[in-house]
Design a binder for this molecule. Structure first.
Ligand code: ZN
Length: 194
């Protein structure tokens, strides 16, 4: 409690200060109670709850959250938990392989392997190829059918199997073709498109 002084004036001042403090304290407490109730009520709404949870999940993916909450023991536990359940890993790998990104990655790896096997050199960049792909707007240059950019496959105008070892494939030596045209072409050399 407030220490009383011999001077009544000081006592009066202290009394007023205490009452003012109590009043402000009360206001703050009641406001905070009011906000708590309000938030609790708001949180009872399933839509709002789902929104908040989604936001939290999104935040947990950020580098900031990971930096603050990085726990080696928990990471280790997670690794162990996952290694004891290979089916989850396999399911994820399968999903990746079946996704457009996974399929593209597989196509690229297969292409690189063929290039290595026949000892030919890729003298164009992935960016150059992507640019060429986008220029077609998804239309096959051979049959003029629209198949979509992601369905166009890389075709070596002079097939890898027909060219000498050490040949450098520049961007002008490859073309995007639809799957039907590419597999129909097999090992034929189409001089007209070179
Ligand atoms: Zn075609």
């Amino acid at each position: 409690m407030v220490k009383r002084s011999k001077n009544p004036l000081i006592n009066f001042k202290k009394e007023i200060q205490q009452q003012l403090y109590n009043l402000i304290r009360y206001q703050i407490d009641s406001y905070s109670d009011y906000m708590k109730t309000r938030m609790r009520k708001k949180y009872e709404d399933p839509d709002y709850r789902a929104k908040v949870k989604a936001q939290q999940a999104e935040y947990r993916k950020t580098p900031k959250y990971k930096a603050i909450n990085w726990n080696p023991k928990r990471a280790e536990r997670k690794r162990t938990w996952r290694s004891e359940r290979p089916e989850i890993e396999h399911a994820q790998q399968r999903a990746y392989r079946q996704s457009p990104k996974g399929k593209q990655s597989k196509r690229i790896r297969r292409q690189r392997r063929r290039e290595r096997q026949h000892n030919v050199i890729r003298a164009y960049t992935q960016e150059e190829w992507n640019k060429k792909l986008l220029q077609t707007k998804g239309v096959c240059p051979n049959c003029h059918k629209f198949v979509g950019v992601d369905k166009l496959t890389l075709d070596h105008i002079i097939p890898i199997s027909k060219i000498w070892s050490g040949f450098q494939y520049h961007i002008s030596h490859v073309q995007p073709l639809c799957h039907a045209c590419n597999s129909g072409k097999k090992d034929k050399v189409e001089i007209s498109t070179v």
